[in-house]
Every structure is written in C-alpha cells, then in structure tokens.
Design a protein around this ligand. Structure first.
Ligand code: SF4
Length: 316
C-alpha cells in the first residue's frame, strides 16, 4: 500500500502549477540550472503525511447528515428510485441478467450440510503457501468446551451431514479423537484434512489406524509428485515422508478399490500461477505415484492457496 501511495502523492506534489507550465513553454531550463527532479521537489514541497481522520471527524461534526445511516424505509425508497432509473434505460434486474448470461438462476440460500472446523493452528510443518500460517510455534486451539459445542450442534442439526476438520494438523489436537468418534456416532461423515507427515510423527502411530477404524475420509495435501517441488514448498524430507504416509494409508485400505476408504489428494501450485486442468493432473499423479511408489488414491483436487503473510516465503 505504501509503495502505491507514496509515488502518487509525490507526483501530485511536484505537478507544476499554471505559472510554471507557461514559463516552461517559453524558456527551457538554463543549462546551469537543473530541472527539479520530482523526487527532490517533492521532498521540499510535500507536507508531512498526516491522518485524514481528524479532518473527517470535523466534517462529520459540522454536517450532521455526514455518516448518518439511512433508515430501512429510506434504503427501500432509494432502491426503488434506482430501480426506476435503471428500468428507464432498459437495464434488467441483476438476477435476470445473470440468468440470461449463464442460463442458471442465482445461488440461493439452502440449509447447511457441511460444517468445517479449524481445531487449531499447531502443525509440524510451516509451508510457504499456508494461508493460516500454521507452524510448530502456533499454539491456538479449540478448547474442550468448543468441541462439546460442535458435537451438540451436529446432534441438533440433522441436515448437517459432514464434519470437515482442518488445522494446522488437526490430528495433534488433544480432542481430535473425541470429536471424530462423536461425529461418527451421530452418523456424520468426517473429513480429515491431513498433511500426511503427521502420520509419521512420534506418538502419532495411532492416527492412521484410527482414521481407518472410524472410516474417515482423508483429504491429503501433496502439492506435486516430484520430490524437488514438494520439498521446496513444504520443507526438506516432506515428499519422502508423504509417500511413506500414503503407503501406510494404502496398506490400511485407503485409496484402494472396493475398500470404501476414501483418500483424496490436493495439489497446490508452488509459484504465482494457476493450477493446470484437474483431470489432466489427476491422470499424471495416478501414473507417477503408482509406477514409482505403488501409491493409489481416489480423487485429486487442484486449489490455489496462498499465505497472506509477506514474510512467509521460504528462503531458497
Ligand atoms: S499448509 Fe497444512 S501442513 Fe502446511 S503448515 Fe499449513 S497446516 Fe501445516
């Protein structure tokens, strides 16, 4: 933001007034005299940056109408006026316009069928693209009471048929098993957003068999089928560990035909570009992972997920 605002302000401050423009038109700058550079002149002329807030507050005090929110009735009347004006020039209603353009009706509110819960930010990795900036340093987590509330909410919401658990690495949460088993007992499908390497962490040996026993759907990140790309994005040894975790899941039946244990992979591009075609990439993943490592899976999803943190990029 600073980079965008400062040059603009500097350029405006330097912009010559009418007198200077006239003088320039007649006489070029004498050779001994340097034309003022925008930068030097801006430094002399630009006022110190100040906040606009005091000025705005003053204006609001002077004019009682500034910043006053319209009543519901006034808003409705304003909408009617705008609609009449748009009708007069033949602009269709937005919903009809979308329908005309896409052949489909606008999205309509329906009942909630999936509840996604982020149980905590602790993670054994610190990926460059992590949009929640999870890492081993993060300690934020849902409390046991929160978990009670989620289970109570699911019990009271018969239309909500899926619980989608994410983190961090959700398996590290002390109440992860209670949450999963509680939801499964209610007949709710559970999705575990798994980073794979967590399954190989010391003390986490229970995780993969537990996921299989509860018939949890595992959605696992694997940003590429090449070790180099995965390690660059997620850290050293992550590819190797991810493959070992996938083999462990396969051995339990995940991603194997007729087992009913779903294992999906997620691809996230490692640079500033959009993912390629999902079906094309799925075929490439299936071929490469099966031929090199004997790994199979069900679906591959492509996403574009990025950290908003400017310091998140991993050093090469
Ligand atoms: S992207 Fe997933 S695995 Fe990577 S740091 Fe974030 S939560 Fe952990």
């Amino acid at each position: 933001m600073l980079a965008l605002v400062l040059p603009t302000a500097a350029a405006l401050a330097w912009a010559p007034g009418p007198a200077l423009l006239r003088s320039n038109a007649r006489t070029p700058w004498p050779s001994v005299c340097r034309a003022p550079t925008p930068h030097a002149d801006a430094e002399r002329q630009a006022p110190r940056a100040t906040s606009l807030i005091p000025e705005v507050l003053k204006e609001m005090e002077a004019d009682p109408q500034v910043g006053v929110r319209p009543t519901a009735r006034e808003r409705m009347e304003e909408r009617r006026r705008r609609r009449r004006a748009l009708n007069a020039i033949g602009v269709p209603k937005f919903a009809r316009f979308v329908e005309q353009q896409t052949g489909e009706a606008l999205l309509r509110k329906r009942s909630i069928t999936i509840l996604q819960v982020n149980v905590g930010l602790f993670c054994n990795m610190a990926c460059t693209h992590c949009h929640v900036e999870s890492s081993p340093r993060r300690k934020e987590a849902l409390s046991a009471e929160h978990v009670d509330h989620i289970l109570a909410l699911l019990a009271a919401s018969p239309e909500c048929r899926t619980l989608d658990i994410t983190g961090g690495a959700p398996e590290f949460h002390p109440d992860f098993r209670r949450l999963v088993s509680g939801a499964r007992a209610l007949g709710v499908e559970v999705i575990d957003r798994c980073n794979l390497t967590v399954l190989l962490e010391p003390g986490m040996e229970w995780a993969a068999p537990f996921l299989a026993a509860e018939r949890v759907r595992v959605v696992a990140s694997l940003p590429c089928y090449s070790a180099e790309n995965v390690d660059k994005q997620r850290g050293n040894q992550v590819f190797d560990r991810s493959i070992r975790a996938l083999q462990k899941l396969n051995a339990l039946g995940f991603g194997r035909e007729a087992s009913g244990l779903q294992l999906d992979l997620v691809y996230n591009p490692g640079g500033a570009f959009l993912p390629p075609s999902q079906s094309m990439l799925r075929d490439a993943y299936a071929r490469e992972l099966d031929s090199h490592f004997g790994v199979t899976f069900n679906e591959l999803f492509t996403v574009r997920c990025n950290s908003l943190c400017p310091w998140a990029a991993r050093s090469p």
